[in-house]
Design a protein around this ligand. Structure first.
Ligand code: NAP
Length: 255
């Protein structure tokens, strides 16, 4: 059977370690035949991501802090000389730890803006710099969470950032649709990653999902990754501007 992403090139932002959702996505994309380009935020994770990139057969591993416009421009310039880009996976978020534990009403102006910049605006910046490379059409994916539209205690400032991110998905889908570029989000159920560990009482969220989700369990990163394969592949060609839940069905529950 033909591989679903054969001949496609994917830029994946947000691999920090083996637990990152972006890492599971990179593994699934490789399984399906995609060429991979990875990014890392800074020196702290450079070595780890370069090792993971080598293991995954990535063609390039770039430094990219999404708050730095120059980093995005540099990547776009490098890629321009190397041919077409088909898929971009934006798997990035950040908020100050104290804003993921104290009451939301106490969120500082700086903390709110930081979460918005890294976790939501960055999708717009990434789309602007990479869309011109998607000359044959393409797919942009991002990762979101139920806390965008429901109150999940302690998710707080990140909930506001994810609401903004999901709105950005819709507006980008509208802008880029005529260029045959689709823009979608996957709303993943909770997964124990470095980012998730920053949320106070995260283990209680895992317990609640395992107890109440229709499938009575949490999701595996590989399940999120397979949904990403679908959205990035031609199987997802009619889907844009959407949020696809991969959360064992938890979001349908009222009680
Ligand atoms: P993760 O492994 O910690 O990934 C988050 C990534 O964001 C890291 O690679 C981190 O890099 C990167 N990042 C933060 N600030 C950045 C910046 N300024 N520039 C570039 N990269 C930056 O955690 P994850 O859970 O896989 O998160 C990936 C995405 O999935 C996030 O959008 C998250 O909100 C979303 N999500 C996660 C869950 C969950 O339960 N885990 C559920 C739903 C959605 P550094 O580590 O180097 O800072």
């Amino acid at each position: 059977m033909a591989k679903l992403l054969e001949g496609k090139t994917a830029l994946i932002l947000g691999v920090a370690n083996k637990w990152s959702l972006a890492y599971a996505i990179a593994q699934a994309f490789r399984r399906e035949g995609a060429g991979l380009l990875l990014t890392y935020q800074g020196e702290r994770v450079k070595e780890t991501v370069e090792e993971l990139g080598a293991e995954l057969g990535a063609a390039h591993v770039f430094e990219c802090d999404v708050t730095k416009e120059d980093d995005l421009v540099r990547i776009a310039d490098t890629l321009k000389s190397q041919g077409r880009l088909d898929t971009v996976v934006h798997s990035i978020a950040f908020a100050n730890r104290e804003d993921l534990s104290r009451p939301f009403v106490d969120t500082s102006r700086e903390g709110y803006l930081l979460a918005q910049e890294v976790s939501a605006y960055s999708l717009v910046a990434v789309a602007r710099s990479t869309a011109p490379l998607m000359t044959g059409g393409g797919a942009i994916l991002t990762l979101t969470y139920l806390g965008s539209s429901r109150v999940v205690p302690n998710y707080n400032v990140m909930g506001a950032a994810k609401a903004s991110l999901e709105a950005a998905v819709r507006y980008l889908a509208h802008d880029l649709g005529p260029s045959r570029i689709r823009v979608n989000a996957i709303s993943a159920g909770p997964v124990k990653t470095a980012s998730a560990r920053g949320i106070k009482d995260f283990s209680k969220v895992l317990e609640a999902v395992a107890g109440h989700a229709p499938l009575r369990r949490n999701v595996e990163p590989a399940e999120v990754a397979d949904a990403a394969v679908f959205l990035a592949s031609d199987l997802g060609r009619g889907v844009t501007g959407d949020v696809l839940f991969v959360d064992a069905g938890f979001h349908i529950m009222g009680l």
